[in-house]
Design a binder for this molecule. Structure first.
Ligand SMILES: [Zn+2]
Length: 296
């Protein structure tokens, strides 16, 4: 390749593999297979994926996936929402919005959310492998030789279950995310002035994840003398198991019909068993499945 070709290759215009439009050096990203995606088409993808890892066909599939997510948000969640928790409650940076009734959450992003073509991306609770708060600080020395700690940024980091992860070593009931393998950083604060307030929001968001994943379910409240959440769940499952087994034996022996009422009861009992085995997570899996099933 001559020098001219080299520059032409870098600075010259390329064609977007999706819309066919021309894209300059600053408004394109290279994808797998020596092709490019323009910034407008890029906006139809998740901003949590590395585009260079995907081929044109894979990204096409991803865009469909994002469209579907957007429809679930607009057609299923928004019209039916009862309560949602949002941290921070208002932000032009990033935050997290929890939809417990649908077993999903969303990452708020000030710069993306007001773009018309950007589909709202949802994550299922059962795709979360881990989450933790993070804070980046540095040491600064002034002219008098005094050092002080300077706040850089803070928020939470979320790792989803990746396609290559071994789910058998993880908590029960988790499922892999089809596209995201990188750690997701949700930045709540980038300057010292907002630090205190925003770290409180990070703490609240972590607290909510703990609640979803039943982190403190085996602890009894200091002043409560009853059973812990886990004990109640386990007891319910034990009762449910006995009942379901009894029903199954009866049907096997007598044959014949099971009434709709009985079917619903068996289903409920099996759900209770699922809940106990997944530490309460199965409840959110069912909610997310139901939300997804409403969109074809
Ligand atoms: Zn394009």
């Amino acid at each position: 390749m001559g020098l001219g070709d080299f520059f032409k290759n870098i600075f010259g215009k390329k064609t977007c593999a999706f819309c066919g439009g021309e894209c300059g050096m600053l408004s394109r990203t290279k994808i797998k297979g020596d092709e490019y995606i323009c910034s407008k088409c890029d906006d139809m993808c998740s901003f949590h994926i590395q585009k260079y890892r995907f081929t044109k066909d894979e990204l096409r599939g991803h865009m469909e996936y994002m469209k579907r997510s957007d429809r679930i948000y607009k057609e299923v969640i928004l019209p039916n929402i009862q309560k949602h928790e949002r941290y921070p409650s208002a932000t032009n940076r990033q935050g997290i919005e929890f939809f417990d009734d649908f077993g999903m959450f969303r990452i708020i992003d000030g710069s993306k959310d007001n773009k018309e073509q950007y589909p709202k991306e949802l994550f299922r609770y059962d795709q979360v492998a881990s989450y933790e708060p993070y804070i980046e600080e540095s040491e600064e020395t002034d002219e008098n030789g005094k050092t002080r700690t300077v706040f850089g940024e803070g928020g939470i980091r979320i790792t989803l279950v990746g396609g290559r992860d071994d789910t058998t070593t993880m908590r029960k009931g988790l499922r892999a995310h089809p596209y995201i393998t990188e750690e997701i950083t949700v930045c709540f604060a980038t300057n010292d002035r907002e630090k205190e307030d925003y770290l409180k929001y990070a703490e609240n968001a972590i607290h909510h994840f703990n609640y979803i994943f039943g982190v403190n379910d085996d602890q009894k409240g200091l002043f409560s003398f009853g059973m812990s959440t886990k004990e109640k769940r386990d007891l319910k499952a034990a009762v449910a198991f006995t009942k379901t087994a009894f029903d199954a034996v009866k049907v096997a022996k007598d044959g014949g019909e099971i009434s709709e009422e009985k079917k619903a009861e068996i289903m409920e009992n099996m759900n209770a068993i699922d809940d106990a085995q997944t530490g309460g997570l199965a409840k959110y899996t069912r909610a997310a499945d139901a939300a997804e099933a409403k969109i074809n």
